[in-house]
Design a protein around this ligand. Structure first.
Ligand code: ATP
Ligand code: MG
Length: 423
């Protein structure tokens, strides 16, 4: 098959990477995770902090000047801004705090602020312009999009269900939400969102236009392998051949447009897809879905530490299938209790919420209408809405208003300079 020779792609993990991933955290490593990160580890996570206006990460832009890890767990980071009054300062500060503070062993993060010199500023701007010229913005994930990978240690815990419900609820709140089904071979997003049809443009101009589902004032932009193959048997034939290529293709060659969020439904547990995404989208964060069963925590922890070793921030844990509410309103802990909280504590991240077992969740998935769009209220719909609130707090959408403020500031400065010249 000619495609075989085409099966290498620059940004993909090499075989070595994959082997390295397989050698990643054992259970013992996880327990020993209290060891401090190195200065390089800190610089690594800082690559996930994007200056939303310049569209590149602060390490590449030369804004992250350095990091020092003190033996007591205090990490000092020096960040130089383009102007000291930069309105994006609060946003960058929050991102640095969250990412560095999320590294195991870090007790406290202190940021020392400084300002780029004129020469450095010019270099950062030209770097940013170069990056923009390299990726036409309409063919890649916009740097302002918040990227959330929905992952789990085990299959069948409800990743896809959580992905589609959070995406649908964000869209209902007026946002444009990309949904990428990275579960290439076990895709279920098309059915769960009731979106079908082949992807337009996929064959002709090698650019994919997502299938859109308008929701209220917002919209879902959906991409899945299910839109590219006709039959499941065809999918099986492609297996392995293009697994990572498909994910890379979805990220690079899809016209996502100005999405506020991109939610990625991950295949269960695999390290290589996670690593591929982490490399291409350093701003990606992860939420881990688990059931309340306590013995499920070990595998979930492993997935989380795999994410961390790829410098992915873990935004929180979602416990699904937490309790079953009978018609009398009594709750039954069918799959055990406490697993979500335990995992969250272990990872040092918040438990973002618990979703009960509710028949309407499964029916909604089968009918293509997520329960948050079907029901105004109800135990599961309410839980998904509360988790969406939490997600918006933990992974806030980029506030482009402050970017505009910065542009106005620059314009005013330029005008002031003109005035001086004409005087
Ligand atoms: N809270 C819930 N209440 C009732 N049914 C649920 C709930 N969450 C998920 N389900 C059902 O459980 C099944 C598995 O869920 P889902 O497909 O979302 O899991 P997954 O983690 O994506 O699985 P896979 O690993 O196979 O991709 C589906 O049939 C779904 O409708
Ligand atoms: Mg799934």
């Amino acid at each position: 098959m000619p495609e075989v020779s085409d099966n290498t792609a620059a940004a993909l993990p090499t075989d070595d990477d994959v082997t390295a991933a397989a050698a990643l955290p054992t259970d013992d490593d996880v327990t020993a995770a209290a060891a401090l990160p190195t200065d390089d580890d800190v610089m690594g996570v800082l690559r996930g902090v994007i200056d939303p206006e310049l569209g590149s990460d602060i390490v590449e832009l030369g804004m992250a000047r350095g990091a020092v890890v003190n033996p007591d767990g205090l990490v000092e980071v020096t960040v130089a801004l383009t102007t000291s009054g930069c309105p994006l300062r609060a946003q960058i500060q929050r991102d640095v705090q969250r990412r560095v503070g999320g590294l195991p062993g870090v007790e406290k993060v202190k940021i020392h602020w400084s300002e780029l010199t004129q020469a450095e500023k010019a270099a950062a701007m030209s770097k940013a312009r170069f990056n923009v010229s390299q990726n036409a913005p309409d063919t890649a994930v916009p740097p302002t999009a918040k990227v959330v990978m929905v992952a789990s240690g085990k299959g069948g815990v409800g990743k896809s269900t959580v992905t589609v419900n959070l995406a649908a609820e964000l869209a209902r709140r007026g946002m444009r939400v990309g949904v990428m089904d990275a579960d290439i071979w076990g895709y279920s997003v098309p059915r769960m969102l009731g979106v079908e049809g082949r992807l337009a443009g996929a064959e002709t101009e090698k650019k994919i236009i997502p299938n859109e589902r308008p929701v209220g004032d917002g919209a879902l932009e959906v991409v899945s392998m299910g839109f590219l193959v006709d039959k499941e048997e065809t999918a099986l034939m492609w297996r392995g051949l293009i697994l990572n290529r498909a994910v890379q293709h979805f990220l690079q060659d899809v016209r996502w447009g100005q999405v506020d969020y991109l939610l990625i439904d991950m295949p269960p547990g695999t390290g290589d897809v996670q690593m591929g995404i982490a490399k291409m989208l350093p701003q990606a964060e992860m939420v881990v879905v688990t059931t309340p069963a306590r013995n499920a925590q070990k595998v979930a922890t492993r997935v989380a530490s795999m994410g961390r070793s790829n410098y992915l921030r873990i935004a929180g844990v979602i416990e699904n299938m937490s309790v079953f509410l009978d018609p009398e309103g009594r709750s039954h802990a069918i799959f055990g209790a406490g697993g979500g909280q335990e995992l969250a504590d272990q990872l040092g991240v918040p438990l973002m919420g618990q979703v009960p077992i509710d028949g309407s969740v499964a029916t909604g998935g089968d009918m293509g209408t997520p329960v948050v769009l079907e029901n105004e209220s109800g135990p599961a719909a309410d839980a998904f809405r509360a988790i969406t609130d939490r997600l918006q707090q933990e992974v806030p959408p980029v506030d482009m208003a402050s970017c505009t403020a910065r542009i106005f500031e620059a314009a005013e400065q330029a005008l002031a300079n003109l005035d001086t010249v004409s005087d």
